[in-house]
Design a protein around this ligand. Sequence first.
Ligand code: NAD
Ligand code: UFG
Length: 336
Amino acid sequence: MKILVTGGCGYIGSHTCVELLNENYEVVIIDNLSNSKEDVVNRIEQITNKKVKFYEGNVQDETLLKRIFEENKIDGVIHFAGYKAVGESVKKPLMYYENNLESTITLLRIMNDFDCKNIVFSSSATVYGVQESPKYVETMTRKETSSPYGTTKSMIEKIMEDLYYSDPTWTISLLRYFNPVGAHSSGLIGENPNGIPNNLMPYILKVAIGELPELTIFGNDYETPDGTCIRDYIHVVDLAKGHLCAITHALDNKGKLHTYNLGSGHGVSVKEIVDTFERVNNLKLNYKFGARREGDLPEFFADPSLALEELGWKTEQSIEDMCRDAYNFIIKETEK
Ligand code: NAD
Ligand code: UFG
């Protein structure tokens, strides 16, 4: 079976390619390298000892997409390509709507033309918005999101649902990720954003290696046990395995629309992440408590029971594993 992975050179895409190849899927990647490097392809091949077919280009490029579908008999698509920085999306909304929506619509159109109607999409817990309970269940309705980035995810979910209702021969899996962190245990692939990171773990890593002086924990006056925000952190390899389960299930159960939470089901506070990172890596992090970050919710975590029931998937790796693997990756990156 041959899977087209859009954005396959990125953080979650690269880990998913590894899991697909390990299960003997053939992998074709399209990535325009706007937030990744081509060397990731070599690293995926090094980890798996398998070959990947790589096309450098934009998913909005219809001609290139047609060529990919002509040159490869694609059985399913996992669609990661898109911009993902919440803060940047507030400043540059058009850039986000254009890239995330146009690439998805172009992709769906070409898939339809080639009668390849099986897609797994990277959605996000952000589509839940603010709910009455912090435990998010797929049956909850999508609410107002906190950023244009989040809105692109909600809009794409809606577009895909409408497509399915218009033509139920499509197989569509909307995967709502919670907070992916960690890296492959080889240390060859992981997340190392350019500039000052927005997300917690990449920021911790830059402080740990001395590239940034200090972490600010945004708020310690929330109504949580230690006053810091609670999230559902998921090891990126567990998340990648979730994609493997989703595409395998979709290939066996055609003509369905699925929505799954991919999270551990456990809330962990920012302070607990910092303490665990220090303990497992045997180091001290420079950090202080600061003001709350605008738009942050005090607490949310997944109800992952549907993914367990239907896909047989659940997380296996601990917060300790996430902290250890993330640090191992950044140390190897900086040694290069
Ligand atoms: P990433 O930026 O590391 O990977 C995205 C990849 O897509 C990059 O390699 C980038 O070069 C590529 N890309 C972007 N636009 C493209 C285009 N138009 N054509 C071709 N390639 C393009 O991000 P990630 O963390 O791996 O996230 C993957 C997906 O998961 C994204 O859609 C993101 O919104 C979603 N997601 C991520 C998180 C998270 O916390 N990382 C959480 C929820 C959802
Ligand atoms: N945090 C800090 N200091 C930092 C960075 C983050 O204390 O320097 C805290 C945040 O306040 C939050 C927690 O760490 O409490 C996690 O923050 P992240 O930025 O890592 O993740 P978010 O939960 O804010 O963001 C995630 C995804 C987005 C998604 C968003 C909304 O990364 O894709 O959830 O659901 F849009």
